[in-house]
Design a protein around this ligand. Structure first.
Ligand code: NAD
Ligand code: MG
Length: 382
């Protein structure tokens, strides 16, 4: 049996990972971690009987300890134990935490030489140089769960030296066809209503604002060691082509499939083999169109900001990410309008003094400072 620890097991990716494991016969769940959803975690403990779980929120952790009678599973709490959990020896550490909180656990897993299946793109956005350097040093695998990067990872096999450019596809989100004045009026419910994918709330808002694609451009830069000039974005509303690569001779290779995260998760768990774990094949004869459009960065400037921050490097990507996290959660709480998300990001980036080759401490400090600034901007404006 192979062993896995899942960070963020109660989320969209975490639960889908468990669903994939249910259909494979060679995985044992060693550890699970969550922020505070102990109701779902309790069910997962009963079903998978992991060696340990970590509940980051202390109050939720003690409530779980008081209410769950289990001898097999050790219940730990707090942020430090999240890193300890990530460093426990396993065949794959799957990081499905949302946001910057995933960075230190990713680093801890890499330091412990665990192979990583990474859904937490914010790890690579904020700490790309540190994480990729560790991956090289330790000779471990960093397998992308994110569907676009999973597609590119598959396509590049045997073609890495012939690559002309990477073409990331974007669904365009629910507001792709909206005018600027329509965007001024959209609310939280509208933004959470993604046309093609069922995901956690943060990434759903990022998809609507195109920040998700911006983060993915930076993620692709680090995963595939590819200059930003060679990473392109196209809006593809059908979400059937999960991404493409263009080769030197003009050939374009595309990866297609159903819009179901269980596919890339399954790929990561079985890599380098392939195994069946579900049956929802894409019905090609029911596809009426595969469309591709330029992304409108006037309407959705986040994508432009991400390229700028990525190219500037240093602490800029971490600051972009931190400002965006604050703006997104403020939008979700109804404190700022949708269009303010990118305005907050721009204002925080504007005020940032770059640190060109940051260590982890500098990244953590820049993240904190950017959060403080974003909150200040929001307080001043709204
Ligand atoms: P989600 O909100 O559904 O789940 C997040 C998980 O992380 C939960 O288990 C939660 O308990 C845990 N968590 C939240 N805050 C935490 C913290 N501060 N410390 C520790 N744990 C914390 O999110 P999701 O949609 O599953 O996304 C997870 C990651 O995967 C994100 O980085 C997202 O961008 C990426 N991703 C998601 C999808 C998708 O379809 N959902 C697709 C591609 C990439
Ligand atoms: Mg994606």
């Amino acid at each position: 049996m192979k062993e896995i620890t899942i960070l963020g097991s109660t989320g969209s990716i975490g639960t889908q990972t468990l669903a994939v494991i249910d259909k494979l016969d060679d995985w044992k769940v060693k550890g699970l971690t969550v922020y505070q959803n102990i109701d779902l975690l309790a069910k997962q403990i009963k079903k998978y009987q992991p060696e340990f779980v970590v509940v980051v929120d202390e109050q939720a952790a003690s409530s779980l300890k008081n209410n769950l009678n289990t001898k097999k599973t050790k219940i730990l709490s707090g942020k430090e134990n999240l890193k300890t959990a990530a460093a426990e020896n396993v065949d794959i550490l799957l990081n499905a935490i949302v946001g910057f909180a995933g960075l230190e656990p990713s680093i801890a897993a890499a330091k412990a030489a665990n192979d990583i299946a990474l859904a937490n793109k914010e790890s690579l956005v904020s700490g790309g140089p540190i994480l990729t350097e560790l991956v090289k040093e330790k000779g471990i695998k960093l397998l992308p769960v994110d569907s676009e990067h999973n597609a590119i990872f598959q396509l590049l096999q045997g073609h890495a030296k012939e690559l002309k450019e990477i073409i990331l596809t974007a669904s365009g989100g629910p507001f792709f066809a909206y005018s600027k004045s329509e965007l001024e009026k959209v609310g939280v419910e509208d933004a959470l209503n993604h046309p093609n994918w069922e995901m956690g709330s943060k990434i759903t808002i990022d998809s609507a604002s195109l920040m998700n694609k911006g983060l993915e451009v930076i993620e692709a830069h680090w995963l595939f060691d590819c200059p930003y000039e060679k990473i392109k974005v196209l809006v593809h509303p059908q979400s059937i082509v999960h991404s493409m690569i263009r080769l030197l001779d003009g050939t374009i290779l595309a990866e297609m499939g159903p819009a179901d995260m269980k596919l890339p998760i399954n790929y990561c768990l079985n890599y380098p083999q392939r195994k069946a774990s579900f049956e929802n094949d894409l019905k090609l004869d029911q596809i009426t169109a595969l469309e591709f459009f330029k992304a409108d960065t006037e309407k959705f400037p986040n994508l432009k900001y991400a390229y700028t921050a990525g190219k500037a490097g240093g602490t800029f990507p971490a600051v972009l990410n931190a400002a965006n996290e604050i703006a997104v959660y403020s939008f979700l709480k109804g404190k700022i309008p949708f269009l303010a998300i990118s305005q907050v990001v721009a204002a925080v980036l504007d005020q940032h003094q770059n640190i060109s080759q940051p260590n982890l401490e500098a990244i953590l400090r820049s993240d904190q400072e950017a959060r403080r600034l974003a909150l200040e901007v929001i307080k001043e404006w709204f």
